[in-house]
Write a protein that binds this ligand. Sequence first.
Ligand code: NAP
Length: 282
Amino acid sequence: MNKLYGLLGHPVGHSMSPLMHNDAFKQLGINGYYHAFDVPEDKLKEAVDALRLFNISGLNVTIPHKVTIMEFLDEIDEEALMIGAVNTVVNIEGRLIGYNTDGRGYLTSLLTKLNKPLKDSNVLVIGAGGAARGIVTALANDGVALLTIANRTIEKADEIKNHYLKYREANINVLPLKKAQLNLARYDIVINTTSIGMSPRVDEVPISIDHIKQTAVLSDLIYNPIETKLLQLGNKKGIITHNGVGMFVEQGALAFLKWTGKQPDTEKMTKIVMQQLGGSTC
Ligand code: NAP
């Protein structure tokens, strides 16, 4: 029998997940089908009830439901609890288990670009929104030399730090954006998790990279555009850059693995996503 999977979000019209997952089912000979369900904010409870009723095997969860869905699930994995949000649900014989593959997916992708071990790296995370939570948790769980969060609203950066410290000890520092910009030469990895530079405001950058180290890795979670203004400036300087496509693909691949026990072909997934974004895979 065909197993049903899906995405819960609002809006979901432009999601690349159905194409990516349905192709992976086909490639691996799995009888699965993935559908994007547009679920308004106030209808999440009904959507989760329907998921149980129709025995849907697995889900991705996106904005605005990543936090709210937690109260409707039967169990939540530790990293998802630490992040405070769920982006993947697995239905195991009627028990709905919530995971978060965002941070881990991001790290899997970032590791392919690093020129020194993560544990020896001084990392700056710019931004303290939903995406930053996953990134900070995964980085701190894996261990880095020093982790700094810089955000326009400093209280939000403090909140992420304090939430993490409720679970584990970690060397996390919080700075105003301006100060992080002045100190930029200290960081081995600089990660933009803000929405600054995302289409249509493609000419904006979250921070000046004038003082960035020549050996630094500059990463941007944004994939629309594939190469943000920030990454263009990094490329001009000749430093290593890393865009958000890898995170999108790897978080999806990890979810797929949790649902099916099978590892999808992430190169093929990347090709599909790049085609959707109008870029090339070269
Ligand atoms: P969010 O929760 O709304 O957080 C937005 C962040 O951007 C906050 O830190 C906010 O600062 C900052 N910000 C926004 N406008 C700003 C401005 N004008 N000046 C200074 N700071 C500003 O969003 P999110 O869910 O974390 O997503 C952030 C980005 O990550 C988006 O571009 C999204 O597309 C991308 N993303 C990519 C993936 C992937 O798979 N590659 C996955 C998730 C997200 P304040 O706290 O001060 O408001």
